[in-house]
Design a protein around this ligand. Structure first.
Ligand code: NAD
Length: 469
């Protein structure tokens, strides 16, 4: 018997397989969950396909009510969701509570969105209406860094637009997604939301299935490319939210202390495992030493502990594979630069690494060029604005970026030159359900959030009527 079951066709079901979930703070199993076979993935797709025509006919206001009810259910279960999230993902409890509040807020916003219908001609000659219809069955496939929030990023817009969905969380963080399934069972008609889990073996099965009309994916660029190839045959619709290597560019006129705090928070949120974390900080030569010192001071002061422990500010890395990857980055960073804070593996159970600041590195070094997705921040010296803009833009990624300056106009003029989906001034990771989020270059395809993101869960359809003679 597993502790958490899957949601298929309105039923909570055991898996044909079971799977242990490891708490990254202890390396111990804290739950056993159902795991789907291909047969069960097939059942989930079939249930979603069967439910689709009926759900597409449900009036928008009713679909909005259901999504609001899911937000209510999340609030009612916030404490147990937050604890489970910390145990499966590793983030401190306060961050887990924040993720749950975010999930609620996003769902509430989706529940207010309208599906725009436009009349572009209505006269004696004719009537032309532009409508947006649901697509069918969506496959939602997600990563392990924000398992509850990103599950809601897929379910919310998919069902508001009138689609049905099969959601698959990452294999190392299935618990909160399955808990969400328990809540969805009591709210949505059977088959509208289905949640299945895997051991990293069913993503390709879902994306290749001809009954899937769209894939909403959050994960790595490498997997995004595989999904694009797999979706080509059926010309499936895609939204791909992929990797990033966000630059934070610090101009010479900042308040060093306040800016260091902002950069630190944006680099080490969720132990650096954020697609939109600052992953390379470019600091002007005139304040470079002072900024490195201040970042090092903040890193040394941070409390690294089990996310359930009182006062923990940074938890463990989420899984062993990522931990090994980040440790390899650390060794190469040690070779290429100077570690001024952290750099030690903590001698205890769990995938812990102290927040690490590495200075005297530059473009071309692995820790600058690659997405580290862990608690290591490289700080790079620059002296010329044109040069730093070119270096920021030289990355194949273009998810987020920020410019820090005491002169907002100056900051905005530099921000305007950065090739990235989001560019912030004097902040970073400032996202919201009403703000479009889109990666450029290898960071993704399409848009999430806002009306633009919702439109991606629909098919445009034009009705063009002749009138008169
Ligand atoms: P990943 O690509 O390894 O896995 C993501 C999901 O894809 C998992 O559910 C996995 O099981 C599934 N998957 C694996 N192979 C598949 C295949 N062939 N076809 C379909 N699905 C498949 O990514 P990860 O390591 O879990 O997550 C980290 C990455 O995600 C980082 O690069 C990070 O930047 C990115 N990310 C991006 C965003 C964003 O919004 N842009 C948000 C969070 C994370």
């Amino acid at each position: 018997m597993s502790d958490y079951k899957m949601l298929i066709g309105g039923q909570l079901v055991e898996g044909d397989h079971a799977m242990d979930v490891i708490n990254p703070a202890t390396e111990e199993v804290f739950a056993t969950v159902a795991r789907a076979s291909e047969r069960q993935a097939d059942e989930a797709i079939e249930a979603a396909a069967t439910a689709f025509p009926g759900w597409a006919e449900v009036p928008l206001a009713e679909r909005q009510t259901k999504v609001s009810q899911l937000a209510d259910a999340i609030v009612a279960n916030a404490d147990r969701l937050a604890r489970a999230l910390t145990q499966e993902q590793g983030k401190p409890l306060a961050e887990a509570q924040g993720e749950i509040a975010w999930a609620e807020g996003y769902l509430r916003h989706y529940a207010t969105l309208q599906i725009a219908e436009r009349t572009i001609q209505d006269d004696a000659d004719g009537l032309i209406r532009v409508r947006r219809k649901p697509l069918g069955v969506v496959a939602g496939i997600i990563a392990w860094n924000f398992p509850l929030l990103v599950a809601c990023w897929k379910i919310g817009p998919a069902v508001i637009a009138g689609n049905t969905i099969v959601l698959k969380p990452a294999p190392t963080t299935p618990v909160t997604a399955l808990m969400l399934g328990e809540l969805c069972r009591d709210i949505f008609p059977a088959g509208v939301v289905n949640i299945i889990t895997d051991a990293n073996d069913l993503g390709g099965y879902l994306t290749a299935d001809p009954r899937i009309a769209k894939v909403g994916f959050t994960g790595s660029t490498a997997t995004g490319k595989k999904i694009m190839a797999s979706a080509a045959d059926g010309l499936k619709r895609l939204t791909l939210e992929l990797g990033g290597n966000d630059p934070g560019i610090v101009l010479d006129d900042v308040d060093v202390r306040a800016t260091a705090q902002g950069i630190f928070n944006a680099a080490f949120l969720n132990c650096g495992q954020v697609c939109l974390a600052i992953k390379r900080a470019y600091v002007h030569d005139s304040i470079y030493d002072a900024m490195c010192d201040e970042l090092a001071r903040l890193a040394e002061a941070a409390v690294v502990d089990d996310g359930l422990a009182q006062g923990a500010q940074i938890g463990p890395i989420q899984n062993k594979a990522q931990y090994e990857k980040v440790k390899a980055f650390l060794e190469n960073a040690r070779r290429d630069g100077t570690i001024v804070a952290g750099g030690e593996i903590i001698d205890r159970a769990g995938y812990f690494l102290r927040p690490t600041i590495v200075r005297d590195v530059t473009d071309g070094d692995e820790i600058v060029d690659e997405e580290q997705f862990g608690p290591i921040l490289p700080v790079i010296r620059y002296s010329d604005i044109d040069d730093v803009v070119a270096r920021a833009n030289a990355s194949p990624y273009g998810l987020g970026a920020s410019v820090w300056s005491s002169d907002v106009e100056r900051g905005m003029s530099v921000a305007d030159r950065i090739e990235s989906g989001s560019v912030w001034v004097n902040q970073h990771v400032a996202i919201g359900p009403h703000i479009p989020m889109a990666g450029v270059k290898s960071s993704g395809l399409g848009v999430e959030q806002s009306e633009e993101g919702l439109a991606e869960y629909t098919q445009l359809s034009v009705i063009n009527v002749a009138r008169g003679g």
